[in-house]
Design a protein. Sequence first.
Length: 378
Amino acid sequence: MNVWLLSLLGALGALSSARPPSSRSRFAARISGAGLDVSLRLLVRPRWLPKTPIHVLICVADHYEPLSQDADALRGVTRVRHWAEIYPRLFGRFRDSDGRPPRHTFFFPAEEYAPGLVDPLAELCRAGFGEVEIHLHHHNDTAENLRRTLDAFKKTLAEQHGLLSRDPTGAVRYAFIHGNWALCNSRPGGMGCGVDHELTVLVETGCFVDMTFPSAPVANQPPIINRIYYARDLPGRGASHEAGTPIGQRPPEPDELLLIQGPLGFDWSNRKWGMLPRLENGCLQESQPPDAGHRLDNWVRACVHVPNRPEWRFVKLHCHGATEDAHATLLGEPMVRFHEELARRAERDPNFQYHYVTAREMHNLAKAAEAGFRGARR
């Protein structure tokens, strides 16, 4: 089945790599309405998929911020070069069920752009180890300035670095993660955004998917969890992504943006004081290392999928991988062990297959599943 993923990515005029391979909700604090609904759904322990073939699509969406922690330009370049050097050395030997190596999606912040910070990532991506997409932190912004910022940054990434995607018409497209999880002005008091109608700007500037959430335990966790869905701006309010239409329910409208969420639930195998389950939010960091055992089980149990393809489980993980304190986990033994465990699990279980995908590829697979594409069979 080594053509499974490749056949899907070519379906439906899917987005192609530019240079292949070259009023707010409050999580747990609001005790009524949608907040209670989220809390109750999190308390339900989902069941494991029956013993039938399953495909786990793994996307690591990195809020990649080389200048964070007050780093200067030299330190930022050192961080990026470290990734470009170490990643292929550590992970180049691993292959998924399609024979492809691990792939990392670097959501690069527009406000940190400098050519020397992006060039090493572009080389890493051209070697087949991932793709670069757009990340943005902004505050007290306007729709007009946001549009200018996104248009300028996508043009820079595409024309100067050969990055981002193009649709069948040749238009540049991009995936997006909002800084501080403040999509559509959803943080308390309007912090970290300022643009209520952000979804419209994203769609009109070429965004094809948002991968901001989950944000729990941050206060603006939306009431929709563990879903792939479409949302559009709602008149007179921000946080429009708190309402939406599940993928596959009807054809999307031109002004709707696809959102793919990562897993969110409780980890019943990791309990505080031996009683209370801890939060599982798909984060990869020192205190939450990757694990192809119980954490992978939790990610799959979250059941993020397209309704007519329940055996395709979309596992969007997130991290802040640029800084040195993340390297030991993401560029060290924990991640090496994760890939080793995935391979062993697939060897032991013929019903388990796993696929390393970028944000663009995960979007393409969701759209292919929505259209009923079934992929190749053995």
